[in-house]
Ligand binder design. Structure first.
Ligand SMILES: [Zn+2]
Length: 272
């Protein structure tokens, strides 16, 4: 990946998105105004807006990132804290505080969100333009996380939030063997980027494996894919080991996998 293929944008400590812009004479994509407009790239796309439309866009973006939300007095974020934020009726975004920043984990519907916070301690609340956030902490202080190892609570969260897998297939070829994972993104509108052709071709991600019920017939192998560029999201996947043993062996041997929105094309179903 070369630097000009990446967005030069940054999100600061307070969650504000800073866009790297250049002047352009192209017309505003929103109101059509011509003249001295500004152009930038975001998630691999080019945008042109006049200054007035741009101000409205920045305000909206900052609000959606929560930059302006006041946090209730006395609350201090600690490593491993979660906050749950109702983004639209019945839908909750979950963020986790790790490495001194709030990272998006997943979106859950109310029953799953309730299940997630059951047994956690409510340690703060905030009321912002985008709605209420509730902050939670494990009742027993989590061990200091200096390694990417996951603790039991985090594994439980990922198992609950896992995205349904439609099918897993494998391609075996000399020098290039990989598995293809078809996932159901119907409940994850934020993952629509996966459906966009070449959207993530230059991206990079951090993958962490985890497991549940080791050595048992119902063993699950989990894979947490954290996409860092060009967009940021966390994709928790959980495989039934007994069902996908060959494909998982291929993935562990070659380290290559490809995640695409399902369902798989009919001619591939049952080909493994
Ligand atoms: Zn405009």
């Amino acid at each position: 990946m070369t630097s000009d293929e990446m967005d030069d944008n940054e999100i600061d400590d307070e969650g504000r998105l800073h866009l790297a812009m250049v002047p352009t004479n192209r017309p505003c994509m929103s109101c059509g105004a011509s003249g001295s407009n500004l152009q930038w790239r975001l998630s691999g796309r080019t945008y042109v807006l006049c200054r007035r439309c741009l101000s409205a866009f920045i305000e909206e973006t900052n609000q959606s990132l929560g930059a302006n939300d006041p946090v209730s007095s006395g609350y201090q974020a600690a490593e491993g804290d979660l906050y749950v934020h109702e983004v639209r009726p019945g839908w909750f975004n979950v963020h986790r505080y790790q490495g001194d920043a709030w990272e998006y984990v997943t979106v859950l519907q109310k029953p799953q969100a309730d299940q997630l916070v059951a047994g956690l301690q409510l340690v703060g609340e905030s009321q912002g333009i985008q709605g209420q956030r509730c902050y939670y902490r494990e009742i027993v202080a989590p061990a200091q996380r200096n390694t990417p190892m996951m603790d039991a609570a985090e594994i439980a969260l990922l198992l609950k939030a896992a995205i349904p897998i439609d099918d897993v297939d494998q391609m075996l070829a000399p020098g290039l063997s990989f598995i293809v994972i078809w996932i159901d993104i119907s409940e994850r509108p934020d993952l629509q980027v996966l459906a966009e052709k070449d959207g993530l071709a230059d991206g990079y991600s951090i993958c962490t494996y985890f497991y549940a019920n080791p050595g048992k017939r119902n063993m699950r192998l989990g894979l947490r894919v954290e996409m860092r560029q060009p967009v940021h999201f966390v994709l928790p996947l959980v495989f039934k080991v007994s069902e996908y043993i060959d494909q998982l062996a291929t993935m562990s041997e070659y380290g290559n996998f490809w995640v695409v929105p399902g369902p798989p094309p009919a001619h591939l179903v049952g080909s493994t």
